[in-house]
Design a protein around this ligand. Structure first.
Ligand SMILES: [Zn+2]
Length: 517
């Protein structure tokens, strides 16, 4: 048996190496001719259409946004670049809702409690009735290596009651910190809520009743605000049955009269019914996703993203959003065309390149949140996200330095290799001034958290955010195509193309060597 094996291995090796050299020769092929297919004229033509009044400012869920996604789909069809989804649909449906008309009814031991008055939530829960005969009281609901209310408790699929705060010892010091200083489990109600919610989910709890004591009026006010607002948000994931309610004194003491004085966990037998009747208005929207499959490592993905939506029409005025984010949108179309040309000439990328146009960015990074929660391609196979948001203008605050610049944000946060590659590629092909002013975590503008790359970074996918800074027309009807610096838009678009080319063709996938903060 062995011998045959040996023989075939040899031939394999021979042809393998022949193929590799051809490929690596092709892969190392000079990208400049393809970069040069990215032109001012084509960017301008696209942008004058995409940011024209006809698209009505592309407000999420509105007719203008529907025109925008149709335009993008048709462009990919013209370029013969296939849809990312297996069914050939370029649109990844993003279920949204306008406003919030949550409504629940809760009866505990024949006493009825009023939604918003006594208990409130901010996410729509699955509609229907839940009968509750047991509630597990878990004190503070903390799950920390130094102190845990969950340890040894059977809460799987159960409803738990918890309260604000954290334990103190006889000397009055916090048990977890061992000092007068509180830990992340109390003090800042938003952070505390986030931590306790995560702990409950990690322990597979069905739902939590969170007694927030003196903070309740604040949550009630927030709910009233959300209810009135026409805010658009992601619709609750029907498959997710987990729920949470902030509850007030009256309800908490009705379930456990001594709740203020004790943190000792126990099982409470109750006769309760919870009815959810969420009447929020559904808003249909979509991300547009296309792909050029890799020739050698098709299961590794370089994502290039931008948001397709903008502010729509306000007070009768159209917010064209030429820079925000028409510039990023048309940049991706030109980059896609360049990669397609390379593929047609046998120099296609080794790894797959995904062109991701997300919706709902102006409403809170909704489209990218939905994509990273429901990725078409596994995030663990996603090498990097190059996110483009506003690259067609000049920041008037930037008085020093070369006008041929771009702000880079996030390139060194998760992968030092990504940062170095970005620098090297720029030196080799573009020589744009890479400005890291806003890359500081403590930068008061917090741009790192304010565009779609952040949802990838949160999932440990290395990111680069390309941005030119704000300007006088930012989020104004005057952000129009005639104000765009097309030479700078072209330079920046080519830089992003060359960076994607390198990430898609280099032998080694870049390593994640840092943890996102
Ligand atoms: Zn934007």
């Amino acid at each position: 048996m062995k011998k045959i094996v040996l023989l075939s291995l040899l031939t394999l090796a021979a042809c393998g190496t022949k193929q590799n050299t051809a490929q690596s020769k092709a892969a190392n092929y000079d990208p400049i001719p393809y970069g040069n297919t990215i032109t001012e004229a084509e960017l301008k033509t696209h942008l004058y259409t995409y940011a024209s009044d006809e698209f009505e400012g592309r407000n999420t869920g509105d007719a203008g946004q529907k025109k925008a996604v149709a335009y993008l789909r048709d462009e990919y069809k013209n370029l013969q670049i296939p849809a990312a989804q297996k069914d050939g649909d370029y649109f990844q449906k993003v279920p949204l809702q306008k406003g919030s008309n949550l409504h629940s009814e809760l009866t505990i031991n024949e006493t009825e409690f009023t939604f918003a008055e006594d208990f409130v939530t901010f996410t729509s829960n699955t509609n229907g009735t839940t009968s509750i005969d047991e509630i597990v009281y878990l004190g503070y609901g903390i799950d920390d290596e130094k102190y845990s209310d969950y340890q040894g408790k059977d809460v799987d699929g159960k409803i738990v009651l918890i309260k604000v705060g954290e334990p103190k010892n006889a000397e009055g010091n916090y048990v977890i910190t061992g000092s007068e200083e509180n830990s992340m489990w109390s003090g800042n109600i938003r952070q505390e809520f986030g931590a306790k919610l995560t702990a409950a989910k990690e322990n597979n709890v069905k739902g939590i009743l969170f007694y927030v004591d003196e903070y309740y009026p604040r949550f009630k006010m927030q709910y009233e605000f959300v209810k009135k607002s026409s805010r658009i948000s992601l619709k609750a994931d029907e498959s997710e049955s987990f729920f949470y309610y902030m509850i007030n004194d009256k309800l908490a003491t009705a379930i456990l009269p001594t709740i203020k004085d004790t943190a000792e966990s126990r099982i409470l037998n109750v006769n309760a019914t919870l009815v959810n009747k969420d009447k929020s208005n559904d808003v249909d929207s979509e991300n547009v996703v296309a792909i050029i499959k890799g020739s050698e490592k098709p299961e590794e993905y370089v994502v290039i993203s931008a948001h397709l939506d903008h502010e729509g029409i306000k007070n009768g005025e159209i917010y064209n959003g030429a820079d925000d984010d028409g510039s990023g949108t048309v940049a991706i179309l030109e980059i896609a065309e360049a990669f397609k040309k390379a593929q047609e000439e046998g120099n296609g990328p080794k790894r797959s390149v995904v062109f991701l146009h997300v919706t709902g960015e102006e409403k809170g990074l909704l489209g990218s949140k939905y994509y990273t929660d429901n990725p078409i391609f596994p995030l663990e196979n996603t090498v990097a996200d190059l996110n483009i948001d506003m690259i067609g203008r000049i920041d008037p605050k930037r008085t020093e330095g070369n006008r041929n610049y771009v702000y880079l944000i996030g390139s060194d946060k998760l992968s030092s290799e990504l940062h170095n590659i970005s620098e090297e590629v720029n030196k080799k092909y573009s020589n744009i001034e890479l400005d890291y002013t806003y890359n500081d975590e403590n930068d008061p503008n917090r741009y790192y958290y304010r565009s779609d790359h952040y949802n990838f970074a949160k999932n440990n996918v290395p990111v680069i955010f390309y941005f030119n800074g704000t300007h006088d027309d930012y989020h104004r009807p005057s952000d129009t195509p005639d104000k765009i610096n097309y030479d700078l838009l072209t330079n920046r678009t080519r830089l992003i193309f060359y960076t994607a080319w390198e990430l898609a063709n280099r032998d080694q996938r870049i390593a994640v060597d840092k943890v996102a903060k």
